[in-house]
Ligand binder design. Structure first.
Ligand code: NGQ
Ligand code: ZN
Length: 456
């Protein structure tokens, strides 16, 4: 790998000038020198900051974006959206998923995401039978990411029931179903196939407390730990009020409360959404060390509610952002809406800043860098030795960033417009986007158009 040279960079100690980064053949930063001479290093013009991890994606849902925005006489909810999503996915074939995912991942990297964690539950064929290769669909995501460039963490998803109390799955859920043993076998298969690939990581997801009964949750978690003690474990939790109410009826506990009492939740876990929490749950989740996986544009799109970010940050909780249903593909949109939700609720400004004269975008990005990397099980999130060389190079000449210095660059990236001022993107030491251009952009878009037209 070449050395990289940047005129300005954000290191853990702060903003510095003339930085040379040395990267080994596995894509890990080995040395960071500031005040360096450019010498023979590969110069990427602009301002280097860590790449943003996307901690929660369902790639196939990208192709549904925009098709669920019509009112209906019954009133639209998360649950009617979900019915629509089920009928959309019923026809998806592996080729479609690969085309959709490549287009999505290119958009994600162009906007500054360098790693994607796929909460992957579209496992079986349209009749609900496993593919000849049980991890066929996961391999399609892997191939799409191989061409588009982001690092990829794959989370095979355990999905067993349609609701609390082990209610049988519905016909619309047959593509998601597998036993604990089958899912753990998927995990092992994928781990073996990716053993030598520093851009791949495998963990486990439990779809939700609705979809995974307690005994199977326990078996899956202990099985995953026996395979890989450090692997990330994710779960959707407390996203919708109806889900919270059903959980209380079933167990006498709220979902986050139940999970914290019954599962070994710690820093290797990511609780996706966790929208509806009492103050007590908020503090306990923060203390657990788990990452709250926040997906503000999807949560807004689906009418979920607003995460109690202010209390959670004061309590020192870890969090990061995910693109989830992929109605938006930019980390700036997620972080901006995360902060704006708080402003609207609290009638204040700069809620996430966390102190006098602190930059809101810097605080939000630092959480997303650290929490996202933690949730993705990737040693990344900072320009420092031992971390993956996942780098976003901002364009200081972009009108949105012109005349900005230091943290103002970050505040302007997140809060000053809809265009992305990302110039170059590096993943694991490889330049994936150069001067805003992705080499696969046209070809991937053509394949994507063919897929979505076929699916209409
Ligand atoms: C999903 N999406 O698995 O794609 C879910 C909806 C469900 C979000 N939670 C399905 N945003 O929760 O049952
Ligand atoms: Zn989700």
């Amino acid at each position: 790998m070449p050395d990289f040279f940047f005129h300005q960079a954000l290191l853990p100690e702060g903003w510095v000038r003339d930085v040379r980064l040395r990267v080994d053949s596995g894509g890990t930063i080995t040395e960071v020198v500031s005040g360096a001479a450019p010498d023979s290093s590969h110069r990427l013009e602009g301002v280097a900051v860590p790449g943003v991890p996307d901690l929660h994606s369902h790639a196939f849902q990208r192709a549904l974006a925009g098709l669920t925005e019509r009112g209906s006489s019954k009133g639209d909810t998360f649950w009617t959206w979900r019915d629509r999503m089920y009928s959309f996915l019923a026809r998806l074939e592996p080729d479609d998923v690969e085309a959709i995912a490549e287009q999505l991942y290119i958009e994600l990297v162009r906007h500054g995401y360098t790693q994607v964690t796929e909460f992957h539950y579209l496992r079986n064929d349209p009749e609900g039978r496993p593919y000849a290769d049980a991890v066929e669909m996961a391999m399609r995501l892997h191939r799409a990411a191989g061409r588009a460039g982001p690092a990829l963490t794959l989370l095979p998803v355990l999905y067993r029931s349609s609701d609390f109390g082990g209610r049988p799955p519905t016909a619309g859920q047959r593509r998601f179903l597998a036993t604990v043993d089958e899912i753990l076998t998927d995990v092992t298969l994928l781990r073996n196939r990716f053993a030598d690939d520093p851009l791949r990581r495998v963990g486990l997801a439990l779809h939700s407390l609705r979809a995974v009964p307690p005994r199977e949750l326990e078996l899956a978690v202990s099985g995953m730990r026996a395979i890989d003690a450090d692997a990330p474990i994710h779960i959707h939790v407390a996203e919708q009020l109806r889900e919270v109410e059903a959980c209380v009826r079933w167990s006498g506990r709220r979902p986050v409360e139940w999970l914290l009492e019954h599962a070994p939740v710690d820093a290797r876990w990511c609780l996706v959404h966790a929208t509806h929490m009492t103050v007590d749950e908020t503090l306990r989740l923060a203390a657990s060390g788990a990452v709250a996986g926040l997906c503000p544009t999807t949560e807004a799109n689906l009418g979920d509610g607003i995460f109690p970010l202010a209390d959670y940050l004061v309590a020192g909780g870890a969090c990061g952002v995910g693109s989830d249903a992929n109605v938006s593909t930019s980390p700036a949109s997620e972080l901006r809406l995360l902060e704006y939700g708080q402003r609207l609720v609290h009638h204040q400004r700069n809620v996430a800043a966390g102190g006098t004269d602190r930059s809101t975008a810097r605080t939000l990005l630092e959480r997303a860098w650290v929490g996202g990397a933690q949730a993705g099980g990737r040693h990344a999130g900072a320009l420092a030795p031992g971390r993956a060389a996942d780098i976003v190079v901002l364009d200081p000449d972009h009108p949105a960033l012109a005349g900005r210095e230091g943290d103002e660059l970050l505040d302007s990236w997140i809060f000053a417009g809809d265009e992305t001022p990302v110039r170059h993107v590096v993943v694991g030491g490889r330049v994936v986007v150069r001067d805003g251009h992705h080499p696969r952009r046209e070809e991937a878009a053509a394949a994507y158009r063919r897929a979505v037209r076929r699916l209409r």
